[in-house]
Design a protein around this ligand. Structure first.
Ligand code: 13P
Length: 339
């Protein structure tokens, strides 16, 4: 079991591949579809995700896809379950298993992620539906006097309990402690908060006995908040990200797959590329949601006649990010996608 977890974790990030995070909850997916004027029906959600999963050549850059509960139960047009559509292409299916971030009692403005109750049974079912890895996202908010130690520790503890249950069920846990980039904080503040968050996360993983070699970390980059007047260069983001991670993430972790967190598509690629130019002992790759789907969503616009253009936009972004995961991306590679 152990070596199988190691193999799965390594396979997801092999050859500079990364992850497509297509695990938006129905609420979040509805916001995405609203933004392009498309009604959020079950069929529209299925159609768009099928379009991404069947995009020709996506498997060259995408090693794993994170699904949502609804999606892992859906099938392609020919009746093949979507998880099987992926595994037939050599893309490993994963599943989001947390049930969302809820208000942390006695800590206004802070969240704790829930979903541990009944998780053992749900993981068994997801494995039978084809999932080989899982995701749990903790949310750390920067603000006046926050994050508190209570928030960081409660989330780290839940991540460790989730990760242990995943490994028991034969699934690779993606451990995602996300420090949000929505505030107006400096990059130095993000460095400090990310350092404390990673410290407690790995302390809890260690105490719980989680096998780090069968685990992937999905963190934020060290980056200034969106509202900060001073935005750092990609080189500075890379330098501070690696500085922070070298001190807090054990080298036994096979891969670090960053979230995009609200960066634009090209910004997320450029920053990942800069991070790889500095480098570290882990595979440094991507697990992007918005930064892999934004132009595909816009190209589709809800019209099946645009499916190929949307697939081309998605495959382009996936390729650009795989180049960045190798540290070989440059702005000249960003040619317009043929429609
Ligand atoms: P973004 O890349 O859009 O931040 O989404 C990644 C993700 O899965 C967040 O949990």
């Amino acid at each position: 079991m152990t070596s199988q977890l190691h193999e799965t974790a390594l396979a997801i990030v092999a050859d500079h591949k990364g992850i497509l995070a297509a695990d938006e909850s129905t609420g979040t997916m509805t916001k995405r579809l609203d933004s392009i004027g498309v009604e959020s029906t079950e069929e529209n959600r299925r159609f768009f995700r099928q379009l991404l999963f069947t995009a020709p050549g996506m498997e060259e850059s995408i090693g794993g896809v994170i699904l949502y509960d609804e999606t892992i139960r859906q099938s392609g047009d020919d009746g093949t379950p979507l998880a099987e559509v992926l595994s037939a292409k050599g893309v490993i299916p994963g599943i989001k298993v947390d049930t969302g971030a809820h208000d942390l009692a006695l800590h206004p403005g802070e969240k704790v992620t829930e979903g541990l109750d009944g998780l053992r049974t749900r993981l068994e079912e997801y494995r039978s539906l084809g999932a080989r890895f899982a995701k749990w996202r903790a949310v750390i908010t920067i603000g006046d006097g926050i994050p508190s130690v209570a928030c960081i520790r409660a989330n780290a503890h839940a991540l460790a309990r989730y990760a242990a249950l995943c490994q028991e069920a034969g699934l690779v846990p993606i451990v995602e402690p996300e420090v949000l980039m929505d505030a107006d904080n400096t990059i130095e503040r993000c460095h400090d908060v990310t350092a404390r968050t990673l410290h407690w996360t790995f302390s809890e993983l260690h105490a719980t006995g989680v096998d780090l070699e069968g685990t992937l970390l999905k963190p934020n980059m060290v980056i200034a908040g969106k509202g900060c007047a001073e935005q750092a260069s990609a080189e500075k983001i890379a330098e501070l990200t690696i500085h922070c991670f070298l001190r807090h993430v054990p080298a036994a972790v096979p891969g670090i797959v960053f979230l995009s967190g609200g960066q634009s598509e090209v910004q997320a690629t450029e920053n990942l590329n800069a991070i790889n130019q500095v480098g570290g002992p882990w595979a440094l790759s991507f697990s992007y949601g918005r930064a892999l789907q934004a132009s595909a969503l816009a190209a589709w616009g809800g019209d099946p006649a645009n499916a190929e253009a949307a697939q081309a936009a998605f495959v382009h972004r996936a390729r650009m990010n795989a180049k960045a995961a190798a540290g070989e991306w440059s702005a000249e590679l960003e040619q317009p996608v043929a429609a």
